[in-house]
Design a protein around this ligand. Sequence first.
Ligand code: ADP
Ligand code: TRP
Length: 325
Amino acid sequence: MHKTKKRLLSGIKPTGDLHIGNYFGAMMQFLEFQKNYESFIFIADYHALNQVKDPKKIKKDSLEIVKAYLAAGLDPKKVHLFKQSDVPQVTELCWIFNCILPMALLKRAHAYKDAVAKGKSVNMGLFDYPVLMAADILIYNSDIVPVGKDQKQHVEMAQETAKRFNNIYGKTFKIPEIMVKQDVAVIKGLDGRKMSKSYNNVIGLFDSEEETKEKIMKIVTDSKRPEEPKNPENCNVFYFHKLFSPKSELEKIRKRYKEGGISYQESKEILAKNINKFLAKIRDKKKKLDKNENYIKKVLEEGKTAALREAQKTLNKAKKKVGVI
Ligand code: ADP
Ligand code: TRP
């Protein structure tokens, strides 16, 4: 890895059953970043613990998401890919940060405020979520942290944490930049709402070809007959053509919508074929990875070694500064 590259860090929550919304909204960004940054990317399994209380699920989803990212093209030669829980130095640093951050600051965090507003019971892990995140970010001396809009405030809290520590103990932590991708489209689901596993309207990245086709054939349309002109921009089927159908075919389909002469059935059949073609490579690679868990372990092991090296250096600095070593 090239020394002069800026260092990027981000965490991915281990969510199961990835869908094409996740692919276009999150995964593709990381594939782009790996070209230009030295990337540290980890599976935020400790963060997930505050919500998920099913050990099998945490274990399975953590592995699945690693396989999914590798299948999508994340290159372990360019990226340190590891599990958050493999670097216990992070939780140690989190404790040190806990001792300098006022509760009043953490009470302003969106995730906490939302949970309180909804009357949910809040565990300490949820309350402390931004502090663990600050430790994640600052321990690797990250230059840049790409996140979705919903996580921006948490990264601002990490910046605040670095400043507070540096003020009390002298310059120790680098203040990282936040990168919020503005132009990431929100991908719509089969029913036209935001694609989300909680709405049950997803096209799964790893659905079988048959499942994909079945889902597409069930998309609700109006009842215009084949020969009638149709408005492509009002059609949920055409929406997906724009994402998956090759340009030249897309324009032909658009024309046939406008002029009449294509049935929704035919449009859906073409779409299912194109989605399956688009996803074939990722799906094949994932199947190969499913059979090669030793390789996954090796990737995570290498990521862990690189992460530990960095984390231990930073933690030692911080421990000296606060006076415990
Ligand atoms: P879900 O809504 O299915 O539970 P998650 O909240 O686990 O998805 O999202 C994981 C990542 O994928 C986040 O970075 C999120 O911004 C992105 N993402 C999820 N759904 C979409 C979508 N419909 N369009 C674009 N990005 C999405
Ligand atoms: N909280 C992030 C999310 O919900 C995941 C995460 C954990 C993270 N630690 C991080 C992201 C550090 C960026 C940097 O998606």
